[in-house]
Design a protein around this ligand. Structure first.
Ligand SMILES: [Zn+2]
Length: 477
C-alpha cells in the first residue's frame, strides 16, 4: 500500500507526516481532549470475539485517537470532555468508495440518460450542485460517512476536493477527474465535461497528463463496450491510461460491468473495479486476475435500481433517507407527480406507464458473495449522485443489499471501514486504535447484530469534532 499515492491535499499530507510520530502540531492546536467512557469498541478488521471490546474507554486528543483500552485501566485525563458510552457501540467512520459530487441524485442530474432540460436546464442543475456542496457534505457526515471517494467528474471535482478540505463539516474526499471514456456524452458537456471520449492510447496519455496537473487520487476509465467495438483496441486505451497512472504512482479505477470487459480491464492494469459484474456469474479466471492485480472491487448493488425506481416514479424514501437526506433533493424526488405530461421525456413516460418489474440484483449479489469468499477486498460504495441514489443515507440501502448477498454484519462493516481505507490508500483511517485519525460513529444499537443498526448514530466524530446527525440536517433546511 505504501507505493500508492495517499491523500494529496496539503492538510492530508501534514496529517500523514505526523502519523508515525508523537503529537503533531495540528493536535496541539486543537488542544481538546475527549473521553468516550464505557463503550463497546468495534474493530471491523478483526474476526470473532476480537471484533468487539466491551466496556472500553477511548481517549481522543485533538484530531487523533490516543488510547483505547478497558475502562478500568484507561485513565481519563483531567479536563477531558466525557461522553457516556454505556449501552453504545463505537465504530470507525464509514467510507463510501464510490460517489459523484457532480450529480445530485435527482431526476435532472443525468440528461444523457433522461433529458429533463425542458423542466430543469442542466446548466442550472450543475450550478445547484456546486452551490449545494456544503449541504451535501453535511448529509454524508449525518449518515456516519466520514470519507468518500469521488470516482470521476469534471475538472471542478478538484476544486470540490479543496472546498471539502477547507470545510469543517465535510467528509474527507479523494477524487478522480474526468472519465477516460469509450463513448461521448455530449449532453453533459457544459465546457468542463465529466466524461471525455478517447479514441487512441496517445489521447489517453494526454488526458492523464492534463489530470496529473491537478493531482488526482485515481485515474478513472469508463469502459463501455458495445456490439461491434474492437475489444483489443479498447484494451490498449485502458492499458495506456493505466500505465500512465502507474508511472505517476496512481491507481487505475475502471467502470466495467460485463465479465469480458472487466477481465480486459484487469489485464490492462485495473487496481479498482468500481462496480460488480452485474449480469453474468464471475468465474475463476476473473478471480485470478483480481488477485494478480491485488485489485479491490466496489459492488454498487443499488444504483441501477435507483434509476429504475426514480424514472418510473416509484421511488420512495426509506426512513433513513427521510431523516438524513438533503431535504431539497427529497422534495424533488416526486416531481413527476406534478410535471406537465408534455415535458416528460418519452422514455420516462413509457417507464411510468409500463412499470417494469424491479428485481433484486441477484447475480451481482451472488458475485459479491463469491468474491468475498475468495478473499477479494470488497469496498462498500453507493455510486451516490446517480438518479435515485442519494448522497448520504443511500449507504444504508447498499449495506442492506450486501447483507442480502450473504455477508455478515461484520463483513459489511469491514467493507465500509477497513477496506474503504485500503481503497483510499490510507493507513490512518478505518480503525479505532491509537494514532489513527479520530473519525468514528457512536451508535445506540449493536452493528454486529444487524447492519440496519449502522443507521442509529447518536454522534458522528470527524477529525476529532463531534456532530449530531439531526443538528447537521436541521442546519441545512
Ligand atoms: Zn460512478
Amino acid at each position: 500500500m505504501n507505493k500508492l499515492r495517499l491523500g494529496l491535499s496539503m492538510a492530508a499530507l501534514a496529517l500523514l507526516a505526523g502519523c508515525t510520530t508523537a503529537p503533531v502540531a495540528r493536535d496541539e492546536a486543537h488542544g481538546q481532549t475527549m473521553a468516550i467512557v464505557g463503550v463497546t469498541v468495534v474493530n471491523p478488521e478483526r474476526d470473532g470475539a476480537d471484533a468487539a471490546m466491551a466496556d472500553a474507554t477511548v481517549i481522543v486528543s485533538g484530531n487523533r485517537i490516543r488510547a483505547v483500552g478497558p475502562r478500568a485501566s484507561t485513565a481519563v485525563p483531567a479536563g477531558a470532555t466525557r461522553i457516556d458510552g454505556k449501552g453504545r457501540w463505537l465504530i470507525p467512520g464509514l467510507i463510501d468508495g464510490h460517489v459523484h459530487f457532480f450529480q445530485s441524485g435527482n431526476l435532472y442530474t443525468r440528461p444523457d440518460g433522461a433529458d429533463f432540460n425542458a423542466v430543469m436546464p442542466y446548466a442550472q442543475e450543475v450550478a445547484r450542485n456546486k452551490a449545494r456542496l456544503p449541504a451535501t457534505f453535511k448529509v454524508w457526515l449525518a449518515s456516519g460517512v466520514t470519507s468518500v471517494i469521488d470516482i470521476g467528474g469534471p475538472f471542478w471535482n478538484f476544486d470540490m476536493r479543496d472546498i471539502a478540505a477547507k470545510t469543517q463539516a465535510a467528509p474527507r474526499v479523494e477524487v478522480a477527474g474526468p472519465l477516460i471514456s469509450m463513448v461521448d456524452r455530449v449532453k453533459l458537456d457544459l465546457g468542463d465535461p465529466p466524461i471525455i471520449k478517447i479514441e487512441s492510447p496517445q489521447a489517453a496519455r494526454a488526458l492523464v497528463a492534463r489530470e496529473l496537473e491537478r493531482k488526482p487520487d485515481f485515474i478513472k476509465v469508463w469502459f463501455i463496450h458495445q456490439a461491434g467495438d474492437d475489444m483489443t483496441k479498447q484494451e490498449a486505451i485502458v492499458k495506456a491510461a493505466g500505465d500512465a497512472a502507474h508511472a505517476a504512482h496512481l491507481r487505475l479505477a475502471v467502470h466495467a460491468t460485463e465479465l469480458d470487459v472487466a477481465k480486459a480491464s484487469l489485464r490492462a492494469g485495473a487496481d479498482y473495479l468500481v462496480h460488480s459484474v452485474f449480469e453474468e456469474p464471475i468465474d475463476a479466471e476473473f478471480i485470478a486476475l483480481m488477485k494478480q492485480n491485488h485489485a479491490l472491487l466496489c459492488p454498487t448493488l443499488f444504483v441501477r435500481n435507483g434509476y429504475a425506481y426514480a424514472l418510473s416514479n416509484r421511488w420512495q424514501a426509506t426512513p433513513e433517507e427521510q431523516r438524513l437526506a438533503d431535504p431539497q433533493i427529497l422534495a424533488a424526488m416526486h416531481d413527476l407527480d406534478t410535471m406537465p405530461k408534455a415535458k416528460i421525456p418519452p422514455r420516462v413516460a413509457k417507464l411510468i406507464a409500463d412499470k417494469p418489474p424491479i428485481n433484486a440484483p441477484t447475480v451481482s449479489e451472488q458475485n459479491l458473495k463469491k468474491l468475498w469468499d475468495a478473499g477479494i477486498p470488497v469496498v462498500m460504495g453507493t455510486d451516490a449522485g446517480n438518479i435515485g441514489t442519494l448522497h448520504g443515507p443511500s449507504v444504508f440501502r447498499e449495506m442492506a443489499l450486501m447483507r442480502d448477498a450473504g455477508l455478515t454484519p461484520l463483513q459489511v462493516l469491514r467493507s465500509a471501514t477497513t477496506n474503504g481505507a485500503r481503497a483510499m490508500g490510507r493507513d490512518d483511517l478505518g480503525a479505532i486504535a491509537p494514532g489513527k485519525l479520530a473519525d468514528m460513529v457512536l451508535l445506540d444499537a449493536d452493528p454486529l447484530a444487524d447492519v440496519a443498526n449502522l443507521s442509529h448514530a447518536t454522534q458522528v466524530i470527524k477529525d476529532g469534532t463531534v456532530y449530531e446527525p439531526k443538528a447537521l440536517i436541521d442546519s441545512i433546511h
